[in-house]
Design a protein around this ligand. Structure first.
Ligand SMILES: [Zn+2]
Length: 309
C-alpha cells in the first residue's frame, strides 16, 4: 500500500543527514522502507531554542539533505515533480522537502524562487509565532491574517507548484488564504477542533473549506491535538478520521503523523514502525480497502500530483 505522510520533523532531530537511514527517533528510511511505497514530507524546522535565526536553521537542514541526496541518490530520493511522484509508485521510500515557516524566504520572492529551484515543495506558512507572511494561531495578530507580502507568497507558490500548508495558521490567515487560492490546500498536520478544543485544530467550517479546494487534512498523532487530556490511543486517531469523513467524506483525509515533532504519541505508536496499526484499526472500523488506501496516501498523492508541475 502507498503511505504518504504530510509532516515529520526528523530533519530537525538528526545531526547528519546520514542519520535519516537509521536512528532512534520516530522516523527513518529503514523503518519506512518496510511498507511498500512510502512518501514522506521532511519538514525543516527550528525549535524554540533555535528561534533566534529560524531561517538559518531551516536552510541548513534543507541544504544538508540536498547534499546528501547529491552524494547518495539511491539512499535519499527527493520528489520535485508530478512525474517524480508517478515514478515513486513503483515502490520504495521517497521524500519531499518542506519548511515549517515561510520565514525561510526572508521576506523575498527571489528567495522563494531560489528554494523552489532547490526542491522545496511544501511550506507551512507559519509556525507558533507571526512572521512576515502571516499570523500564527499562537501569535499576536500582527497582520490580522495574511500580510501584503504573504499574499504575493501564496500567489507565487501556486504559480510555481508548491503546496500551501495551513497547519499553525491563525483563523484570520486561514480565511485570507482560502479567499485567494485556486488550487488545493493542505493542513498537513491538524485535527478537529470539534473533538479536541486545541486552537491548533481545525473548525468544521475550515475542514469543509479545505475539502472544497480539493485539499487534504493530515491527521496529527500528537496526544494534545487528539484529546483534551493529551492521553490518546489509536482509537482517538480513528475518531478524528470519522469526524472528517462525516463532514466531507474520506476523500480529504490523510496522515500528518508529526513524527519527531510530537510527544506524547498515542499508546502503541513508538514510531513509523507502528503506523500499520492505524490502518488495521480503520479496517476493524469497517472502512473499505479503497477508503483505507485513500486515507493512507491516495488523497495526498492526488493533491500533490495536482499541485506539483
Ligand atoms: Zn507543526
Amino acid at each position: 500500500m502507498l503511505i504518504f505522510d504530510g509532516h515529520c520533523d526528523t530533519l530537525s532531530r538528526i545531526n547528519n543527514p546520514e542519520d535519516l537511514i537509521k536512528n532512534g527517533f520516530h522516523w527513518d528510511l529503514e523503518r519506512a522502507g518496510r511498507y511498500g511505497t512510502y512518501i514522506q514530507v521532511l519538514a525543516s524546522f527550528a525549535d524554540d531554542d533555535l528561534r533566534a535565526r529560524p531561517e538559518v536553521v531551516m536552510a541548513s537542514q534543507l541544504e544538508k539533505a540536498i547534499a546528501f541526496e547529491d552524494a547518495y541518490p539511491d539512499r535519499l530520493r527527493l520528489i520535485r515533480s508530478a512525474s517524480d511522484l508517478k515514478a515513486a509508485t513503483m515502490g520504495g521510500v521517497y521524500c519531499i522537502l518542506g519548511a515549517e515557516g515561510a520565514e525561510i524566504f526572508k521576506g523575498s520572492l527571489k528567495e522563494l524562487e531560489r528554494w523552489f529551484q532547490k526542491g522545496l515543495r511544501v511550506v507551512t506558512l507559519c509556525w507558533n509565532y507571526d512572521n512576515e507572511v502571516c499570523d500564527s494561531v499562537a501569535g499576536q495578530r500582527t497582520h490580522h491574517g495574511l500580510s501584503p507580502f504573504g499574499l504575493k507568497v501564496v500567489k507565487r507558490m501556486q504559480e510555481l507548484g508548491m503546496v500551501i500548508d495551513l497547519s499553525h495558521a491563525s483563523d484570520e490567515t486561514f480565511e485570507d488564504v482560502l479567499s485567494c487560492v485556486n488550487s488545493p490546500v493542505a493542513a498537513t498536520h491538524s485535527n478537529c477542533r470539534a473533538i479536541c478544543a486545541n486552537p491548533r485544530n481545525l473548525t468544521d467550517a475550515q475542514i469543509i473549506q479545505i475539502a472544497r479546494t480539493g485539499g487534504v487534512v493530515g491527521i496529527n498523532f500528537y496526544g494534545y491535538f487528539l484529546t483534551n487530556t493529551g492521553k490518546a490511543q489509536i482509537k482517538d486517531i480513528i475518531i478524528h478520521i470519522e469526524h472528517i469523513a462525516g463532514l466531507v467524506g474520506t476523500g480529504h483525509i490523510g496522515l500528518g503523523c508529526d513524527f519527531d515533532g510530537a510527544n506524547p504519541m498515542p499508546g502503541g505508536i513508538m514510531g513509523v514502525e507502528n503506523l500499520y496499526l492505524v490502518l488495521e484499526a480503520l479496517g476493524k472500523a469497517n472502512y473499505t480497502d479503497q477508503d483505507i488506501r485513500m486515507i493512507a496516501g491516495g488523497n495526498f498523492m492526488r493533491l500533490f500530483t495536482q499541485v506539483l508541475k
